[in-house]
Design a protein around this ligand. Structure first.
Ligand SMILES: NC(=O)c1ccc[n+]([C@@H]2O[C@H](COP(=O)([O-])OP(=O)(O)OC[C@H]3O[C@@H](n4cnc5c(N)ncnc54)[C@H](OP(=O)(O)O)[C@@H]3O)[C@@H](O)[C@H]2O)c1
Length: 324
């Protein structure tokens, strides 16, 4: 099969298309014929090995421990392990596993769920990491309730576009922060109000019960001024903070400060998991969430796709289209 691998960290061009044997399923695994694979900021971080702290968290210090690239995937089940129940050959599924940028990918059965029929494979592959991050930030960590006001900073990108839709579906009043190119886009996703951060500063005339800090790396004191007295700030990420720690420096600062203030200051480390996939599927089937794919690339163009995501400014998601 054709597969994308990287034998070192570096610019997206370290991603190479090679021939590999089709993976063999072990007892608890499912093998899928990949139709589409998602590209997200996390893939860019794993390609470049930045920030360096990431390399210490099990991904490989000098070079990637797992050379096959890609995580989010949608496809058709072609083989199942002897201990797997709940899937059959021919099922259309989506989820996350290592080696998603390939014609075939293999992972634990718990990494996948049936693809909602309303989604194309490309839409399904765009969802897992970004949508489950948004869900975790709003619900599990953020504790958002219907009727509350939420500020989504970085609303037009991969995580933000899901966060706006999910918060709207949860009955929150959603204010989205993005640049001018994203204003109409985030409105179309359900934002009640939009702040173009290049034109207007985030001024504390208005207070929010929850802030998702997805981009921009603004100082904590500025974000805290926008929170209600007992509001919650969830730091999801940003591309600021340097090559060593990335956004983790601000997260650490928030965690250290949190016990001493009334507001809740939280970090987030979201992973695709069965409960998250099930909750996401319910939202998709209810019509509350629709992944927005702005561009698809071929498997051979994986490096270009990852480069585009790294350069930013995408409204929604980029995917690899692997087979029709
Ligand atoms: N904690 C976790 O578990 C987790 C999981 C997934 C992702 N992340 C992190 O979350 C961050 C966002 O990921 P993503 O996939 O959504 O990235 P993305 O697709 O690049 O989206 C980021 C968005 O932020 C906007 N933006 C840039 N600068 C901004 C600013 N100063 N103020 C407001 N918005 C700004 C960008 O649009 P404009 O350029 O048009 O402004 C873009 O739409 C990344 O750092 C990623 O690593 C964390």
């Amino acid at each position: 099969m054709k597969a994308v691998i990287q034998d070192r960290y570096g610019p997206p061009e370290v991603l190479q298309l090679v021939d590999l044997p089709v993976p063999e399923v072990s007892d608890d695994q499912v093998l899928i014929a990949v139709h589409a694979a998602g590209v997200d900021r996390g893939t860019w971080h794993l390609t470049t090995g930045l920030p360096y702290l990431l390399r210490l968290s099990g991904y490989g210090f000098r070079r990637p421990r797992v050379p096959t690239a890609g995580r989010d995937v949608a496809g058709t089940v072609v083989a199942i392990g002897s201990a797997v129940t709940g899937f059959a050959v021919g099922d259309q599924v989506f989820g996350s596993c290592s080696g998603a940028y390939a014609e075939y990918a293999c992972g634990p059965a718990s990494s996948f769920i049936m693809k909602p029929a309303v989604l194309s494979f490309e839409q399904a592959a765009a969802a897992p990491t970004s949508a489950i991050t948004a869900l975790a930030a709003l619900r599990t960590v953020g504790g958002l309730q219907a009727g509350q006001a939420v500020l989504v900073v970085g609303a037009s990108g991969g995580v933000g576009a899901f966060a706006v839709q999910i918060a709207h579906a949860m009955g929150a009043e959603v204010t989205a922060v993005c640049s001018s190119r994203g204003v109409e886009f985030v409105r179309s996703l359900g934002a009640d109000a939009v702040i173009d951060y290049a034109k207007a500063p985030l001024a504390p005339e208005r207070k929010y019960h929850l802030i998702l800090d997805i981009a921009g790396g603004r100082p904590l004191r500025r974000l805290r001024r926008l929170l209600t007295g007992s509001g919650t700030l969830v730091i999801v990420g940003s591309e600021t903070g340097g090559r060593l720690f990335g956004p983790l420096g601000r997260t650490l600062q928030a965690l250290l400060l949190s016990p001493f203030v009334r507001q809740r200051l939280k970090g987030l480390m979201a992973f695709t998991n069965p409960e998250g996939l099930a909750a996401l599927s319910r939202l998709i089937e209810a019509g509350s969430v629709t992944p927005v794919v702005v561009k698809s690339y071929s498997l051979a163009e994986a490096a270009q796709a990852v480069r585009q995501v790294g350069e930013g400014g995408i409204l929604g998601k980029v995917v690899l289209s692997v087979r029709a």
